[in-house]
Write a protein that binds this ligand. Sequence first.
Ligand code: UDP
Length: 495
Amino acid sequence: QGQAATDTGGRTKAATAHFLFVPLMAQGHLIPAVDTALLLATHGAVCTIAGTPATAARVRPTVDSARKSGLQVRLVEFLLDYAEAGLPEGADNMDNVPPECMKNYFEAVALLSGPIERYLRANGPYPTCVVSDFIHPWTTVLAANLGVPRLSFFSMCAFCLLCQHNVERFGAYDGVADDNEPVVVPGLEKRFVVTRAQAPGFFRESAAWKDFADYIERARAEADGVVMNTFEEMEPEYVAGYAAARNMKVWTVGPVSLYHHRCGAGTTLAARGNAATIDADECLRWLDGMEPGSVVYVSFGSIARAEGKQAVELGLGLEAAGHPFIWVLRNADDYDEATRASLDELEARVAGRGLLVRGWAPQVMILSHAAVGGFVTHCGWNSTMEAMAAGLPVVTWPHFTDQFLNEKMAVEVLGIGVSVGVTEPLMYRAAEKEIVVGRSVVEDAVRSLMGGGEEAEERRRRARALAVKARAAMQESGSSHRNLVDLVDRFKAAS
Ligand code: UDP
């Protein structure tokens, strides 16, 4: 694997492409990066995934299972220097780093460049390409030191990236005093309106992060290409638009969650990104007992959290809507006693038709079950793509970062979403309100999503048609399949 061979032109060509993946250590970035590595490995590449211990622990079952099935993928752990960086011991993953230490964390992660390079020089095969999360700008130096190209990895849609790029390139917010003032995204054929509060740009929420945001932008502009968890047929004009705006090749390789289906990987689905806190078989039995398309799945991903009062209000809305539901409460342990008691009472009232998962759910497994008919999502891009891959319409409830633009993608571009109408971000800004969306709004949105009527049917039809296209993209000769093969072929030779 990976030894040098001579191609017909006399140039030295590695026999196998070897991708070094450097994912951001946060679930929404890590999970799709690992899936992408495994997909490349199914096409014959060797992949090394670099991570910190807490990160590696989360994806080890998935990687181990892939290795057992014969894929050439390895997970290598690198320790941060906590003391030197002023970080609490073990703070090596974005969700266990105290917010006030975030800068120290990014500085400490950047110092992994040397150890990663030394590891790769000592432990072959030598990499032929670095695929790094766009929030790791320091990998520019790593790739240069290794003498190989670097691709930026995005688990985002091209629509979102192009909107953000155009807003910055054309200075759309210049002179706009109010963060909530509507601004038209420049340079697009169709009209989309955003506010700076909703789409400030990556790390541009506060002036304190300006240098880091600029560093990320420089690294993105200098990349040798882009790997994106989306698929071309869904947004051809935006994929082409982003490639043109950046003047670089874009490989769309999604929906990457479909990796787990093609491998029939039951166990890896149940432990994707974390061990689930609900038994997978129990969950499947519960779903088996429900009518096809009757269950609504509710989750806000791995970072966003509903404050206690908002959680209770959401629960009451779900109860009133009357449809069976699975509701993931990531941070249930943080709630005060009164909130916990309200949730327990609610759980008792909806017993048999409402399943509360406190912790981590096997999301893709649930979404793929025929009983599920809709998804209330915070519009993280992975969740949005997973809904699409499963052919599900969504209720959109964005919280921060790219989620407002993803909502536009689901509602305005694809017509598969019903918005709950949130207009301001909830995190990374002051607006941590207790109740943002009332129970009747939740009830109406869920009824509209799950109910009958021409509009709801039309949304379902569009979602199902999108799933057909998504699956086709990943199949032999589909666009994402072709791009994966092309990546493996193109990066056989270290340039
Ligand atoms: N996820 C999961 N179980 C959970 C919560 C999240 O499997 O209980 C997965 C989900 O399937 C997705 C990822 O975690 O792949 C979350 O990424 P997303 O972009 O949707 O949101 P983020 O967590 O980045 O806000």
